[in-house]
Design a protein around this ligand. Structure first.
Ligand SMILES: NC(=O)C1=CN([C@@H]2O[C@H](COP(=O)(O)OP(=O)(O)OC[C@H]3O[C@@H](n4cnc5c(N)ncnc54)[C@H](OP(=O)(O)O)[C@@H]3O)[C@@H](O)[C@H]2O)C=CC1
Ligand SMILES: CC(C)CCC[C@@H](C)[C@H]1CC[C@H]2[C@@H]3C(=O)C=C4C[C@@H](O)CC[C@]4(C)[C@H]3CC[C@]12C
Length: 364
């Protein structure tokens, strides 16, 4: 089964089952034995009570699962399911869309007929993605190239949605600066730079986009990672930026509820995905299979359109280990370590390459 926090059928069913059991126990009339009033034989009382209870037991065995199923069916049928039309004609910004998951999201949105504004640093790649989006049926497609190290650029991208699309329905924050996959090297400057790209620019874009999103009652989709929920080795700077996203956006979501602001925030918790950069960085070291990026991209869009609070992809390999985090953290940590080929962790670490796109005017 794929993703979706609320899609926890077995857990949900268990809760329903326990709830029904509790209700049933409360409603069973317990025989009151009062030494002063009981006139019959004690063995008769025991037989009657036993047969009464075994009848109840049988009733429970049939009734509880039945009630659970009825409730679960009601719960699921009352929920909306995703339809591609939900994103037709919607105005969407996708950051980090020149490659990887962002590029795949742009193609899915194009097939669904959205208005797409994409961004990243590399202009030549963005151009190709935009062309392909037009071929696939996007209502409109345009790009702006620039670096998210620069907060003015981050804000500029959002303003462009206002000027050229007349508003915004969905802001997909997906870009990520290049880091290294290896032991923490103590470089504080690198952490500061990565926080700017992976965290502060997300905040800056959210702040700029909020008036438009309030107007459209739109959505913010934040692409994060399991490494933003649990400590994994060899991703120290990256992990710090992803934990920061959880703190900021989960807290903001609470304030939206209190203030009746109808803008959804979907935090996406991804496992290992088969993008070029991720495979290049970590495939040799990890004993974990990488999930397909196109499927991952579609699940993220579904989660955003259905306004989930959190989305897990793939569900089994992300949600279930995370359940362990709160009750058996050390077990989870040792499980994680056992999935690494530690002998293959090199000392050579890949660093951020210079940007080949410049902040500037939009290209349609
Ligand atoms: N792949 C994986 O295994 C996992 C990925 N994720 C998350 O999914 C998201 C997408 O990851 P993935 O597709 O693998 O990433 P990629 O490395 O394939 O793509 C990253 C994108 O961000 C852009 N980018 C990089 N640096 C900057 C910058 N300074 N300013 C603006 N844009 C920049 C890149 O384009 P350009 O270089 O042209 O600027 C590219 O478009 C990320 O948020 C990542 O954390 C989460 C868990 C696992
Ligand atoms: C229950 C567990 C065994 C599951 C393990 C999942 C682990 C191995 C997954 C979860 C999140 C993943 C990292 C991630 O989020 C993003 C990137 C950036 C990319 O450019 C290089 C790869 C990297 C570091 C991924 C490496 C693999 C990670 C740690």
């Amino acid at each position: 089964m794929q993703s979706k926090e609320r899609d926890t059928f077995p857990t949900y069913l268990q809760t329903v089952h326990k709830g029904c059991q509790l209700l049933l126990y409360c409603s069973i009339p317990t025989p009151v034995i009062n030494n002063n009033t009981w006139k019959g034989s004690p063995s008769l009382l025991a037989t009657q009570t036993r047969s009464q209870l075994s009848g109840m037991g049988r009733l429970q065995k049939i009734l509880i699962p039945f009630l659970g199923l009825v409730l679960a069916f009601w719960f699921y049928s009352a929920r909306e399911t995703f339809k591609p039309e939900m994103l037709k004609g919607k105005r969407v910004i996708v950051t980090g869309a020149s490659t990887g998951i962002g590029e795949e999201m742009a193609y899915h949105l194009a097939r669904m007929g959205s208005h797409i504004l994409i961004t990243a640093r590399t202009e030549s790649k963005l151009q190709k993605v935009v062309e392909r989006c037009r071929e696939l049926g996007a209502a409109s497609a345009q790009y702006i190239s620039g670096t998210m190290e620069d907060m003015a650029f981050a804000e500029h991208v959002v303003k462009e949605a206002q000027t050229s699309l007349g508003g915004l329905d969905m802001l997909i924050l997906n870009h990520v600066g290049t880091s290294y996959f290896g032991y923490f090297d103590g470089d504080v400057g690198h952490i500061r730079k990565l926080l700017e790209i992976n965290f502060l620019s997300y905040v800056a874009m959210t702040v700029s986009a909020l008036p438009m999103l309030k107007e459209s009652e739109g959505s913010i989709v934040v692409v994060s990672s399991m490494a933003g929920k649990v400590g994994f080795p060899f991703t120290v700077p990256y992990s710090a930026t992803k934990f920061a996203l959880d703190g900021f956006f989960s807290s903001l979501r609470q304030e939206f509820h209190i203030q009746n602001i109808n803008v959804s925030i979907t935090l996406c918790i991804l496992g290992f995905i088969d993008t070029e950069r991720a495979l290049h960085a970590a495939a040799d070291v990890l004993l974990v299979p990488a999930a397909p990026r196109a499927e991952c991209a579609l699940e993220i869009l579904k989660g955003g359109a259905l306004r989930y609070r959190e989305l897990y992809y793939r569900y089994g390999s992300t949600r279930l280990p995370l359940l362990l985090r709160d009750c058996a953290a050390e077990l989870l940590e040792s499980m994680v370590r056992s999935r690494y080929r530690l002998d293959r962790i090199g000392s050579g670490q890949r660093r951020q390459s210079p940007a080949d796109g410049a902040a500037g005017s939009p290209h349609r």
